[in-house]
Write a protein that binds this ligand. Structure first.
Ligand SMILES: [Zn+2]
Length: 68
């Protein structure tokens, strides 16, 4: 496992996806902007997204994306 800034969201064809993600990027508890981190498992070709609130220090969600 490794963590890095993922290029997936930089692609123009994923702008709608990016906007959706950003619209969901505030902590439900305190309203702070969440820090998104992505753990890439190259063995399984899966990216796991974790949203961490720096104020509450809670992980608010995880998502998994299948890589091509
Ligand atoms: Zn919070």
């Amino acid at each position: 496992m490794e963590t890095e800034k993922i290029a997936y969201f930089e692609r123009p064809q994923n702008l709608k996806h990016k906007e959706f993600i950003e619209s969901q990027s505030n902590c439900a508890l305190c309203g702070n902007i969440l820090q998104l981190t992505h753990s890439i498992d190259r063995g399984l070709n899966i990216v796991q997204e974790v949203a961490l609130c720096p104020s509450c220090e809670i992980k608010t969600r995880t998502k998994e994306f299948q890589l091509n």
